[in-house]
Design a protein. Structure first.
Length: 106
């Protein structure tokens, strides 16, 4: 039952179109400041979302950063997107997003 609740919460976050990475979503779901699920339940929930395009999630996150804080360089935005203190996307996902939003390569 708790895994289904975690899945429902994950789907709700993804419906906001703000751009979540797999690691970031697991962290949000398992954080005491987020939903408070166990890391195991959060991981199962995120792993069960097989239809999510994580590259597109990275693009959404990049667009959000560019809108809320204009003036990003390609390398700066890649670092923000793949930082463990930022969005926690993979390097490849971050680079894809930065190129897709038109900043070029880092």
């Amino acid at each position: 039952m708790s895994q289904q609740q975690a899945i429902d919460a994950a789907e709700s976050y993804l419906s906001e179109d703000t751009g979540w990475s797999q690691a970031g979503l697991i962290a949000q779901l398992s954080s005491s400041y987020g939903n408070g699920f166990s890391v195991s339940d959060a991981t199962v929930a995120v792993d069960s979302l097989t239809s999510v395009n994580w590259n597109q999630q990275a693009v959404l996150a990049a667009q959000g950063y560019m809108t809320s804080e204009p003036g990003w360089s390609a390398c700066g935005l890649v670092q923000q997107l793949d930082s463990p203190y930022g969005s926690q996307f993979t390097q490849a996902q971050a680079e894809y997003a930065v190129q897709t939003v038109g900043l070029g390569s880092c």
